[in-house]
Design a protein around this ligand. Structure first.
Ligand SMILES: Cc1ncc(C[n+]2csc(CCOP(=O)(O)OP(=O)(O)O)c2C)c(N)n1
Ligand SMILES: [Mg+2]
Length: 617
C-alpha cells in the first residue's frame, strides 16, 4: 500500500485493539495535536485524509498546549485502566519539547501515552531547519533525544521502512502492564511526508492481549509463610489494584483475613472508605490510624504499590524492628522493593493465590474502633465553620458530599493532594484521580479533560489551586470547543499554601510562596494582587459561579451539576486553616549550617526525625 509515513501511522493506529478479560477496546482512541511546520503536512495531512475519506478512524483533537495534551492522554489512559490511550503529535522544537513534562508524568505514573514529536530533516539538505538545535559534534542529535530517559520505548524513524518495527515495538510497550509509560516515536518532518510501499498486513486489525501474570506457586508459598506467622499485618493497596480491577479480590482477602487495608494516592478507592477493613491513606499524608498500624506492623503486604516516599513516610512509617514485606506487583522492579518476599503477578491473581495459601488464617480487627473515632475527626474537618474565609477541608467536604458515587475528583499538586488523601471518602475505584507520581502543577484541568473523554458518563470535578491554575488553564478552551463538560473548583488562596507551610516547617519562613505585591520589606509582603481568576476563566469561555461561603459553594456545585457546559466554581479559602495531623513525616533536607535561627531550629528537628529512617534490608 503506497502511503506516506504519516498516513501509515494513522492507518496503523486505527487498527490496534487491546483485550483483557474478553473485552476488546481501541488501543489508541484518537490523536491530540498542535500543528507547525514539523507535522502540518505530514501527520496533519494524514489525520485530515482519514477524517475526509473515512479510510481510518482516528479522531483528531486540537489542544492548546503540548504538555497539557500529554496530561489529557495520561488522564484518559488512567481512566481506562491503561487499556486504551491517546496519541499526541507535536511540531518540531518547542512543540515537541513541551511534551517532555507530560512524558515524564506518564512514565513515573506507569501510564501509557503515545507521542510523536516531529524531528529535524532526515535528508539534512535544508539544515539547519527552523528550531533545530545544532550540535557541532554530531548531526544526528536533536532536542528530541531528551525524550530518551523519559520514555519506556524510544525510536526515531529515519527511513520509512523502519516504521513497522517502530510501531510494533511501541504497541508492545504501551500494552505491557509492567513496562508501560511514555512511548515516543520521533518522526522527521521530511520522512512524515515520504511515501513507501507498506505491506498490507501492517494495517490489519491487531489485538494486543494484555497479560495478567500468574503468581509462581513457590513464591506464593514463601510469602504465605511470612504472612501466616505475622501477628499484626497491614495491607497497602496501590494503583495496581485499581488498574488490575482487583477490588473484589481485595475485598475478599480483607474480609476473610481481617487484615486492615491502607491505601496510597494511586490506590485510593480500591476499596470504599467505609469498608470494614479500610483504615484510609498511609504515609506522610495518611491517617493517624493507618500510620499507627504501619508503625507496629510486623508484615506489610504491598499490592500494586511503588512505595514512593509519601507512602513510606520517607522510610519512617514502618518501625517494627522485625518488619518484613510481601509485595504483589506485575513489575518485578516494584515487587522487589523493601527487600520483600516478591510475588510477581497481577493484583487479582496474586491476591487470590495468597489468600488460598493462607488456609483460612484470621487476624484481629481491633483497629475498627480507631477508624470510627477517626471518621468523627473527618466530619469535624468537613464542617469546621472556619471564618472569615472557609477552610480547604470544608471545600473538600462539600465536594465529597456533592459527588455521586461514580463521579471523579482530579488533583495533582499543592496542599490539596495531602488533604484529599487524608480526608476524601472514595466510593468507587475510579472516583479518586490524584496524580501524585509526578505531582505536576497544571495537570488538573488537562487531566480532567482526558478523564471525561474516557468516560463521559461520569461527572468530573477538577480541584485546582490558584498557582496550578496560573500554570496551565488553557485546556478550558479545548474543553469548551469540544463541548466537554467539566466542573472546575478553583481554590484561590493567593499563592502556595503547601510550599508556604513546608517552607515554614523547614525554617525558610514562607519565602517566595505568596502572590502579593513586592512590599516595603523588599519581599512579597504587600497587599493581594488585583488578579481575578474567575474573570480569567470566564474569558476563556467557561460559565463561572463565584462563591464566598461554604453555603454558596454547596449551591454553586448543585448549579454546576445541573449545567450542561464547563463550569468554574470559584472560592477563596484561608491558606492557614488547620488540618488534622497525619502523625507522620516527609524527608526534605534542611541546611546543615545557617545564619538564620529559624533554619537552625528546623535543622535540629530534622536531625531528630531522621533517626527513625530505615533502609529495610
Ligand atoms: C510544575 C510544578 N512546579 C512546581 C511544583 C512545586 N510545587 C508543589 S505545590 C506548589 C504550589 C501549588 O500552589 P497552588 O496550586 O496554589 O496550591 P496550594 O499550595 O495553594 O494549595 C509548587 C510550586 C510542582 N509540583 N509542579
Ligand atoms: Mg494556592
Amino acid at each position: 500500500m503506497r502511503l506516506t509515513v504519516g498516513q501509515a501511522v494513522v492507518r496503523f493506529l486505527a487498527s490496534q485493539w487491546t483485550e483483557r478479560d474478553g473485552v476488546e477496546q481501541r488501543a489508541v482512541a484518537g490523536c491530540f495535536g498542535i500543528f507547525g511546520h514539523g507535522n502540518v503536512a505530514g501527520l496533519g495531512q494524514a489525520l485530515l485524509q482519514a477524517q475526509r475519506t473515512g479510510e481510518a478512524d482516528l479522531p483528531y483533537h486540537l489542544a492548546r498546549n503540548e504538555q497539557a495534551m500529554v496530561h489529557a492522554a495520561a488522564g484518559y489512559a488512567r481512566m481506562k485502566n491503561r487499556l486504551s490511550t491517546m496519541a499526541c503529535t507535536a511540531s518540531i522544537g518547542p512543540g515537541s519539547t513541551n511534551m517532555l513534562t507530560g512524558a515524564a508524568l506518564a512514565t513515573v505514573n506507569r501510564l501509557p501515552v503515545l507521542l510523536f514529536p516531529s524531528d529535524i530533516f532526515a535528508t539534512r539538505v535544508a539544515a539547519p531547519v527552523l528550531q533545530e538545535l545544532e550540535d557541532p559534534s554530531s548531526y544526528d542529535v536533536s532536542v528530541n533525544d531528551a525524550f530518551r530517559p523519559l520514555s519506556r520505548f524510544f525510536d526515531r524513524v529515519w527511513r520509512p521502512e523502519q516504521l513497522p518495527a517502530a510501531l510494533l515495538g511501541a504497541m508492545r510497550v504501551l500494552t505491557d502492564p509492567a513496562d508501560t509509560g511514555a512511548v515516543t516515536i520521533c518522526l522527521p518532518q521530511d520522512v512524515q511526508a515520504e511515501a513507501y510501499d507498506f505491506p498490507e498486513e501492517l494495517f490489519a486489525k491487531r489485538v494486543w492481549h494484555v497479560r495478567r501474570p500468574l503468581a509462581e506457586p513457590s513464591f506464593v508459598e514463601r510469602a504465605a509463610d511470612v504472612v501466616r506467622n505475622a501477628s499484626q499485618p497491614l495491607l497497602i493497596a496501590g494503583g495496581g489494584v485499581i488498574y488490575g480491577e482487583a477490588s473484589d479480590e481485595l475485598d475478599r482477602f480483607a474480609r476473610e483475613t481481617g487484615i486492615p487495608v491502607a491505601d496510597t494516592q494511586a490506590g485510593k478507592g480500591a476499596i470504599p472508605w467505609d469498608h470494614p477493613n479500610s483504615v484510609g491513606g498511609v504515609g506522610s499524608t495518611g491517617t493517624p490510624v493507618a500510620n499507627r498500624l504501619a508503625r507496629d506492623a510486623d508484615v506489610v503486604i504491598g499490592v500494586g504499590t511503588r512505595y514512593s516516599d509519601f507512602t513510606s513516610a520517607s522510610r519512617t512509617a514502618f518501625r517494627n524492628p522485625d518488619v518484613k514485606f510481601v509485595n504483589i506487583n506485575v513489575a518485578g522492579f516494584d515487587a522487589a522493593k523493601q527487600a520483600a518476599y516478591p510475588i510477581v503477578a497481577d493484583a487479582r491473581s496474586g491476591l487470590s493465590a495468597l489468600l488460598a495459601a493462607l488456609g483460612g488464617k484470621r487476624f484481629p480487627t481491633d483497629y475498627r474502633a480507631d477508624v470510627t473515632a477517626w471518621q468523627a475527626t473527618v466530619d469535624d474537618a468537613y464542617g469546621m465553620g472556619h471564618s472569615p474565609l472557609p477552610a480547604q477541608s470544608e471545600v473538600i467536604g462539600v465536594v465529597n458530599e456533592a459527588c455521586g458515587a461514580r463521579d471523579v475528583v482530579v488533583q495533582a499538586a499543592g496542599s490539596m493532594p495531602g488533604d484529599l488523601q487524608l480526608l476524601w471518602r472514595a466510593r468507587d475505584p475510579k472516583q479518586y484521580h490524584v496524580e501524585y507520581g509526578y505531582s505536576c502543577m497544571g495537570f488538573e484541568i488537562a487531566g480532567a479533560l482526558g478523564i471525561k473523554m474516557a468516560d463521559p458518563s461520569r461527572e468530573v470535578y477538577a480541584l485546582v489551586g490558584d498557582g496550578s491554575y496560573l500554570m496551565m488553564s488553557q485546556e478550558i478552551v479545548t474543553a469548551v470547543s469540544e463541548g466537554i463538560k467539566l466542573i472546575i473548583v478553583l481554590v484561590q488562596n493567593h499563592g502556595f499554601a503547601s510550599i508556604g507551610a513546608l517552607s515554614e516547617s523547614l525554617g525558610s519562613q514562607r519565602f517566595g510562596t505568596s502572590y502579593r505585591f513586592r512590599g516595603p520589606g523588599n519581599d512579597y509582603d504587600g497587599s493581594h494582587l488585583p488578579v481575578d481568576l474567575a474573570a480569567n476563566a470566564e474569558s476563556l469561555g467557561a460559565s463561572v459561579i463565584r462563591c464566598r461561603t461554604i453555603a454558596d459553594l454547596r449551591d454553586g456545585l448543585k448549579r454546576a451539576r445541573e449545567a450542561d457546559r464547563l463550569t468554574v466554581v470559584h472560592i477563596e479559602t484561608d491558606p492557614l486553616s488547620p488540618v488534622p495531623s497525619s502523625e507522620s513525616w516527609w524527608d526534605v533536607p534542611v541546611p546543615e549550617t545557617s545564619a538564620l535561627s529559624s533554619t537552625r531550629a528546623a535543622r535540629e528537628r530534622y536531625a531528630e526525625a531522621k533517626r527513625d529512617q530505615r533502609q529495610y534490608l
